[in-house]
Design a protein around this ligand. Sequence first.
Ligand SMILES: Cc1cc2nc3c(=O)[nH]c(=O)nc-3n(C[C@H](O)[C@H](O)[C@H](O)COP(=O)(O)OP(=O)(O)OC[C@H]3O[C@@H](n4cnc5c(N)ncnc54)[C@H](O)[C@@H]3O)c2cc1C
Length: 401
Amino acid sequence: MSRLAQTHGLTDVQREILATVRDFVDKEILPVATELEHRDEYPQAIVDGLRELGLFGLMIPEEYGGLGESLLTYALCVEEIARGWMSVSGIINTHFIVAYLLQRHGTQEQRERFLPRMAAGEVRGAFSMSEPGLGSDVAAITSKAVRDGDAYVLTGQKMWLTNGGTSTLVAVLCRTGEGRAEGDAPHRSLTSFLVEKEPGFGEVRPGLTIPGKIEKMGYKGVDTTEFIMDGLRVPADRVLGGATGRGFYQMMDGVEVGRVNVAARGCGVARRAFELGIAYAQQRHTFGRPIAQHQAVQFKLAEMATKVEAAHAMMVNAARKKDSGERNDLEAGMAKYLASEYCKEVVEDAFRIHGGYGFSKEYEIERLYREAPMLLIGEGTAEIQKMIIGRRLLEEYRYQG
Ligand SMILES: Cc1cc2nc3c(=O)[nH]c(=O)nc-3n(C[C@H](O)[C@H](O)[C@H](O)COP(=O)(O)OP(=O)(O)OC[C@H]3O[C@@H](n4cnc5c(N)ncnc54)[C@H](O)[C@@H]3O)c2cc1C
């Protein structure tokens, strides 16, 4: 067991879950991850294994068939999984956000209908805010939902859906004009819809097309897609929480816990990069000794390990704060920002330690090098995190003079 990234104060149950996940990662994910990634192949056997372990229902309450675990347990599992292969944590994350949205904001009927099947991994979630013309500026969404009898008709193009093809339940944010007063802020007319669909590509439901997978630089294996709505009819009782105009707040709540998850991924990828770097540094010799014995390389290892440790501590703090019922937007933003930046730096240092071999597809660090940048963008870019952190600090430290 690694000395780095330890978490104190865990319960026996948490320790047991983590040990099981760690063992699964070592035996089932790490040996095949790079090969599957190079083929951009969906890791079906791994997903089936995670489903058997109950990972899809980790945070879903026991009354709905889940394990009812905390955000901290979930984040620590994500850290372990991302150490094996970041894409696998992406498969779980959007599912987890949709389950969280239902738990927190769904009607009783919506919770009862979806959560038990989500806990079993039969229904798989994706969430969709981004469009071709916007990502950071969520309030500028242009996709529209217009009431027509007992349904809404959705029209517009969505972009960058993680699990867009494999999911069967998508939480989609669209603009609904009804009840909107003149001068209302644009985010007040956004509504989340729960759209059920068949998995796969093409016309997966009348009025809804998933054109195919977007080709990506990294984060392969997991499908990322567009989502084209053209007269897609969604029953009115599939408005999340039953009322229009609340979608922005609901989605931001979901993204906030998603940020802890992205921080956890950064911790996992950085830890793996450190492991690869320190192992290679003791095997490769230059000028008559292992490169780990050159001070410049040893300093790199020291910096990498310190970053792994600091990011883990901030991620754990953000998760614990949310679990205690307190607002954690500041901590989640800081953890996401720091963990993703540190992850990129640690991966780059491990890459440099590998010399020319880091550039070879035979070495795992090549895959990590292409994966780390995604964390700088997903669930809000570094600039967006800094905006959130800055605003919150000005609220907390308002000048009283
Ligand atoms: C692999 C992948 C998977 C994704 N999965 C999902 C998903 O499942 N669901 C989903 O809804 N979205 C998803 N996204 C979209 C992702 O959330 C957006 O890409 C992200 O929010 C950034 O939006 P953008 O790409 O439109 O960049 P923009 O918003 O256009 O930003 C471009 C640049 O401008 C900067 N910028 C923007 N506004 C400001 C400002 N006010 N001040 C300073 N700088 C600013 C940004 O930081 C960035 O550097 C995914 C993206 C990727 C790459």
